[in-house]
Ligand binder design. Structure first.
Ligand code: NAD
Ligand code: IPM
Ligand code: MN
Length: 368
């Protein structure tokens, strides 16, 4: 039996609460003969409290050695004033950078049962299935200089640098076009070429890769601000959206609300495929954060985290049947009305985080 090494990094706030529910699902698949081995370590504020850094060197080694990392969420008011380099979020950024996870896939799917849970009208979101492909290891998140400088007159100047190299745009464009070919064959590339040099460059590189390698896929260019508006106006016009690190962060939070809640959006952060082994480094993380406002109350929706594990089944382990089965279980649980507060319909009794995890395990059981 093949063993799949998973590193669990629950993190802070609701991170551990939603990770606990994933552990139930992992346990269920393990009982059914899928060889998952798990280790758990600290990340974010909890790692800072223990080691003075947002991720320890030991945890980084475990992440490098794992077949896939499952990441909960990090951050919280307690660490808002710690130095920038050791903030909880720095742990996540280091994982992304050091593991080379340049491609962040954020699928926004509106489950039929949730068409009324969105803050938008049913007809706008019903049947929605879009994929945001966010560049994850470049752009303004990592460009240098990145600093606050005190000037001679005592005033200060702050700078972040939006920086992209040819290969970074080429490889993320290829990921987007490849995905589109398996979907509805359309890529919308979002940037701001009207004000940013990196936008001009992004558009040029995407156009060149399209012409040379993917001319059978439909490509449109859209300004990122217009893209944000179009996502709310008529999101079903999109299939795959490819965009840079910062625009991707913002557009995916918008897309989350089309599905009903930020607590619904999973993601996969993938590295390049090793040509020798066919394997790639991967980390699976919900799009949401540590949700300090609801942490510790058992209110968090665990579906974004469980769906992220579903993406691991699909993208890291090729366990397509198992991934489909998990998706069906999630859809059935939503249809049965077992929902956390963020997606409970009017007049519906909301349940807790653990009830949703238990219901999904029960559904998996019922399907087999
Ligand atoms: P957030 O995503 O934590 O929360 C935004 C809102 O969505 C809150 O009202 C929250 O209650 C709700 N929400 C989020 N996840 C939910 C879930 N699973 N179920 C139900 N409701 C949910 O964003 P924020 O409040 O802006 O940030 C809080 C902290 O999280 C900050 O420190 C931020 O840096 C961090 N953060 C971390 C990640 C990550 O670890 N990947 C992502 C985003 C934000
Ligand atoms: C996300 C988060 C992160 C980001 C933070 C926590 C570093 O908002 O994954 O969407 O900005 O990328
Ligand atoms: Mn974000």
């Amino acid at each position: 039996m093949a063993t799949h090494k998973l590193l669990l990094l629950p993190g802070d706030g609701i991170g551990p609460e939603v990770m606990r529910e994933v552990e139930k699902i992992v346990g269920w698949f393990r009982k059914r003969g899928v060889g998952f081995e798990t280790e758990t370590d600290l990340v974010g504020g909890s790692a800072y409290d223990a080691h003075g850094a947002a991720i320890s060197e030991d945890a980084m080694k475990l992440a490098q050695a794992a077949d896939a990392v499952l990441f909960g969420a990090v951050g919280g008011a307690k660490w808002d004033t710690v130095p920038y380099a050791v903030r909880p979020e720095a742990g996540l950024l280091r994982l992304r950078k050091d593991l080379g996870l340049f491609a962040n896939l954020r699928p926004a799917i509106c489950y039929p049962a949730l068409a009324d849970a969105s803050s938008l009208k049913r007809e706008v979101v019903e049947g929605l299935d879009i994929m945001i492909v966010r560049e994850l290891t470049g752009g303004v998140y990592f460009g240098e200089p990145k600093e606050i400088v005190t000037l001679e007159d005592g005033s200060q100047r702050a700078v972040d640098t939006q920086l992209y190299h040819t290969h970074e745009v080429e490889r993320i464009a290829r990921v987007a076009f490849d995905l589109a070919k398996k979907r509805r064959n359309k890529v919308s590339s979002a940037e701001k070429f009207n004000v940013m040099k990196t936008g001009v460059f992004w558009r040029q590189v995407v156009t060149r890769i399209h012409k040379a390698e993917f001319s059978d896929v439909e490509l449109e260019h859209v300004l990122a601000d217009n893209c944000a508006m179009q996502l709310v106006r008529w999101p079903k016009q999109f299939d795959v959206i490819v965009t840079d690190n910062l625009f991707g962060d913002i557009l995916s939070d918008i897309a989350a609300m089309l599905t009903g809640s930020l607590g619904m959006l999973p993601s996969a952060s993938l590295g390049a495929e090793d040509p020798a082994t066919g394997k790639r480094k991967a980390l699976y993380e919900p799009v949401h954060g540590s949700a300090p406002d609801i942490a510790g109350k058992g209110l968090a929706n665990p579906i974004a985290m469980i769906g992220s594990f579903g993406m691991a089944l699909r993208y890291s382990f090729g366990l397509t049947d198992e991934a489909d089965r998990l998706d069906t279980a999630i859809a059935n649980v939503l249809a049965s009305g077992t929902r956390t507060k963020d997606i409970a319909g009017p007049g519906m009794n909301a349940v807790g985080t653990q009830d949703v995890g238990d219901a999904i395990v029960k559904e998996l059981e019922a399907q087999s």
